[in-house]
Design a protein around this ligand. Sequence first.
Ligand SMILES: [Fe+2]
Length: 359
Amino acid sequence: MSDRQVPSRLVLLSALGLAGVVAAVGCVASQSPVNSKDQDILTAQAGTTLGVYSGRHYNTDKQLYARFTASTGIKVKLLEGKDDALIERLRTEGKASPADVLVLVDAARLDKATDMGLFQPIRSAALQRDVPANLRDSKGRWFALTRRVRAVVVNPKLVNPASIRTYADLANPALKGKLCLRNSKSVYNQSLVADQMILQGEPATRQWVKGMMANVTQPMFTSDTPLARAVAQGTCGAALVNTYYVARMLSGEGGATDKALAAKLRMVFPKPAHVNISGAGVTRHSRNAAAATRLIEFLASPSGGKGYAEANNEYPLKGYGNNPILKRFGNFQADGVSAEQMGAKNKAAVQLMEANGWS
Ligand SMILES: [Fe+2]
């Protein structure tokens, strides 16, 4: 996801010549029958081109945008890039930005963009219905689209998977020299620490981080996939990774070697599990807020969201989905922490990590 090196590129998705035909999608359109005033609004939106800045980059995302265009007549002009670069670009462009929708990965980044005033609040009955309250901003500035879990992968030859039931178990001295971690620059780790601060309180989280640091004897990793490989190869016995990295390895997308390595791993979901999100909001200076809202409604809907989640082996907003690779991991029990609270705790989490040796 965000750690893949993919160059930014502009992709204009085709108009498909359907501007005159508007099918019913989303909040406004879901009211039936559509009265003439609503029909006028829909027809007006049909000629719109939405600028979408996205920290995601999967070909299947583009198919989803094309589906949206086919059913609404609203075109999508997509700019993909790294989350932080897109945030900076939007800030610099200000009112002149062509972006109407900003899609970001991780609650901490959504919070950062919110603090910078890059989103405008929107009201949508469809989003209230489709996005659980703990997975959206309380003021309507962003909404989750997919879920991912930061879980533990274990090499069962080195660490008994049953010995890890909670995140706290990673601080058990029995894991000394066996636990490997990604560095504290990782927003995924920052959000996990923020999540634990909310659930367990600061003193317990500090002790937990200290305990883990005592167990880590190898250099910190810079991304999740090498971390998963190191556990599979036996260089490490256990590590924290996002579920979709292991699912991607298991899918064979990264080659036969990774697939064989991933087969050696056991996925352990700590109880309860830390869930993070990818999400989107309407940009502050969007002149097409109604059409932009419809796109977010489509992406958060069970139908659109399914495609968005499957593209990256993520979980939908509700339930576990039908991805056969994810089913092999079993089900997790989400800890229910609010993504908004988690984002707000980011700075405190970074400070706690730095003060306790997480480099
Ligand atoms: Fe990622």
